[in-house]
Design a protein around this ligand. Sequence first.
Ligand code: FES
Length: 344
Amino acid sequence: MSETQLSGTEKTATSGVAGAVTTAGVGTGTAAEASMLRVAAKRARADGVVELELVGPPGRRLRDWAPGAHIDLQLPNGATRQYSLCGDRWDPLRYRVAVLREPDGRGGSAAVHDQLAVGDEIGVGGPRNNFPLVPSEQYLFVAGGIGITPLLPMVVQADLLGADWRLLYGGRSRTSMAYLDELAGYGDRVVVAPQDESGLLDLPGFLGTPRSGVRVYACGPAPLLDAMETACADWPEHTLRTERFVSAEPAGPARRTPFDVELARTGVTVRVGPERTVLDAVAEAGVDVLSSCRSGVCGTCETEVLSGDPDHRDALLTDHERAAGDCMFICVSRSRGDRLVLDL
Ligand code: FES
């Protein structure tokens, strides 16, 4: 999917199928462990979208995953990017991701499109899942463009389980929308709405009257997800789950003055100035926390908060989870108060 994420996920380091190697040098900090996988296939899936098929050594099973999961790709240009798994979760031998070329991106998608070739080996971290499909008898899925990638395995699973589900899938045009062929077999459960044919998505019309017992999953560009949050404002709490391509840009940190972070396991206290991340500050104190995206979207650096008031700046936690204040993503999140105590 888009350079990102992604969107919600579990936050443990990965061990590998092909002999885990610890990769370093993807930016700063400690990168999540990764396995080396081979690009077995690379094919165009839509305008500007290529699909990668990744495999381990012959016959080697890959780590299991569930719909909504993503993997980290350590790309030829040295960047690490997160992409949603969009293949068959029951195929233990291969992962599939699809990557949209982003001309204004930070270079990750260009590396996939222009540098990565069939036969190349790349580091793959994960899978992790910040966007899990929770049990429900009814699902409404809304995808915008490449946001179809995490939702495609959800659709497959919901259908296998016999749930009542529908998908609204928008994009600029049909030729820009990946996996229409795989969705065609679901008939009128899938509403395909390219913007050049039908205009903006009719979210209220698709969602209908607010009601309980429905789970709504959405992935796509920020304007779509913002519109989804507005459209679902009157629905029961926790109905809507979204996955953003990039961490939403908060207006600014809650404070611009230094704060202290106490590392409870060692008793060390480090000062975090306005130009440093908590992740970097604790690393300088000798405590390496696994990280990957360093932008609050992958979930790798999740850290338990023992006391203090975190200034959450990630794209992962729900409002409810933020209010609980018992964990934070220290690559981006900061402190509202003078002191945080972390379980490090
Ligand atoms: S490293 Fe990805 S959320 Fe912190």
